[in-house]
Ligand binder design. Structure first.
Ligand SMILES: *[C@@H]1O[C@H](CO)[C@@H](O)[C@H](O)[C@H]1NC(C)=O
Ligand SMILES: *[C@@H]1O[C@H](CO)[C@@H](O)[C@H](O)[C@H]1NC(C)=O
Ligand SMILES: *[C@@H]1O[C@H](CO)[C@@H](O)[C@H](O)[C@H]1NC(C)=O
Ligand SMILES: *[C@@H]1O[C@H](CO)[C@@H](O)[C@H](O)[C@H]1NC(C)=O
Ligand SMILES: *[C@@H]1O[C@H](CO)[C@@H](O)[C@H](O)[C@H]1NC(C)=O
Ligand SMILES: *[C@@H]1O[C@H](CO)[C@@H](O)[C@H](O)[C@H]1NC(C)=O
Length: 371
């Protein structure tokens, strides 16, 4: 143990792992232009007592879906279904803002090809709303947590445009959830989207905004149409927990994974392609950590009541209404460095547990990469 603090977290994690029931998790991700989505998938796929029911990708690049499949397969989830919005493109990320960050989705998709969508099979991904409906219909009532982790990397930040058409939108973080709420009965469930969510989902966790007030947030207007995100936030039936930019911005992680992680780990390689040997903010890993484990030692709620109001420009404002007790925003309960040490520890343990597992397999998951 490097520090008593770390020892404390390992111990509390163990105690909780032994006492808590498995959580059903669905992740809605824009795995594309920031690598913390990949870190979040590592956590979701390797944390014990988590059933990853589905992954819905909300950025329509075929490489985003294929990379998600490759990562999940590596960590022992080759059949977790993946949905993605259509029409698909072969878009790849290019950092024309700082020239500092690298593209990783196509490389991870190719080098670690596997799972339900191996290289060349992106078109076989589910329609995301259909996948949501199937996964929810098959889950126990009140058992599902949805983690919407999104676009807050600030690389593509530009002002909202009123003329943007939501149908043509290529970037849409809450759009899929809006469409889910708006869906009608199908072969999976006779319930409409609103009632299906109401019956099956225990909590929606949304990365986006600032608390108690936030400037225009990509997650809220990134669809090109704030009314879609506002619809989700204002009409979601049940508990919603928000994590603002401030929560993960200064929690810098990935360093130990890059330095000490297994050489053939796909998320280690994603970090290396994206930001070699330089730690990154942890917005999405922290949201997934909360979604899987709750407040624990890391978080506290910043409010006891009230709700989030999304404004037409994509900014947000907390309305301190004492009669509403279903919406909360997260604050870190520990300092940034302690939170980072916790996430880095989970990254390393997750990556290493998979290497151990594949050593005993006849077909190691990451046989493609030779260093
Ligand atoms: C993407 O690339 C694949 C493989 O080269 C190709 O089959 C597919 O048609 C491309 N899709 C688009 C939308 O360009
Ligand atoms: C970066 O590229 C995008 C897409 O090609 C373009 O819309 C944007 O204006 C570019 N930004 C800069 C700073 O060159
Ligand atoms: C985004 O980047 C701009 C320019 O670098 C900076 O001024 C702004 O504070 C950043 N916003 C967020 C939300 O990180
Ligand atoms: C935004 O979406 C709403 C609901 O679908 C629609 O009524 C409105 O016209 C859209 N606005 C724009 C600017 O596209
Ligand atoms: C879908 O959204 C439209 C526009 O907001 C609304 O009129 C309609 O009732 C919704 N349908 C369902 C099934 O929720
Ligand atoms: C994290 O770091 C930022 C920037 O130094 C600081 O403003 C913030 O208070 C820190 N958060 C915590 C929980 O210590």
């Amino acid at each position: 143990m490097k520090s008593p603090r770390l020892a404390f977290y390992v111990l509390t994690s163990l105690v909780f792992a032994l006492t808590s029931a498995a959580r059903n998790l669905i992740i809605d991700t824009d795995l594309f232009s920031d690598v913390d989505d990949a870190g979040a998938l590592l956590l979701a796929a390797t944390t014990p007592h988590t059933n990853l029911l589905a992954v819905a990708v909300n950025y329509p690049s075929s490489f985003s879906a294929l990379a998600a499949s490759a990562i999940l397969a590596h960590y022992g989830h080759p059949s977790t279904p993946i949905g993605i919005r259509r029409p698909l493109t072969n878009a790849t990320f290019f950092d024309n803002r700082s020239y500092e960050l690298g593209e990783y989705t196509s490389k991870i998709a190719f080098q670690f090809s596997g799972g339900s969508l191996p290289w060349g099979h992106a078109e076989e991904a589910w329609d995301p709303v259909t996948l949501y409906r199937k996964a929810l219909a098959e889950a126990e009532d009140g058992s599902v947590t949805i983690a919407s982790i999104g676009f807050l990397d600030n690389v593509s930040f530009s002002p909202p445009r009123a003329t943007y058409c939501p149908e043509d939108s290529t970037k849409a973080t809450l759009t899929q959830l809006c469409a889910l709420l708006n869906s009608t009965s199908d072969t999976y469930s006779t319930l409409n989207g609103h009632d299906l969510v109401s019956r099956k989902v225990s909590e929606l966790v949304i990365m986006g905004g600032g608390y108690p007030t936030g400037r225009p947030s990509w997650n809220f207007w990134g669809s090109g149409n704030v009314s879609l995100a506002a619809h989700v936030v204002h009409t979601w039936p049940g508990r919603v927990v928000f994590a603002g930019t401030d929560v993960g911005k200064h929690v810098l992680t990935g360093g130990p994974l890059m330095m000490e992680g297994p050489k053939t780990d796909p998320v280690r390689m994603a970090y290396m392609y994206y930001s070699p040997f330089k730690a990154r903010p942890s917005w999405d890993p922290l949201v997934v950590s909360y979604a899987m484990d709750g407040l624990r030692a890391l978080f506290t709620f910043g409010n006891e009541y009230g709700y989030n109001q999304i404004e037409p420009d994509g900014s947000n404002r907390w309305i301190w209404d004492e009669s509403v007790k279903t919406q909360f925003f997260l604050r870190l309960k520990v300092d940034n460095a302690t939170a980072a040490a916790h996430v880095d520890d989970l990254f390393l343990r997750g990556a290493r547990s998979t290497v151990k597992r594949s050593e005993g397999n006849t077909q190691p998951a990451a046989a493609h990469v030779e260093l």
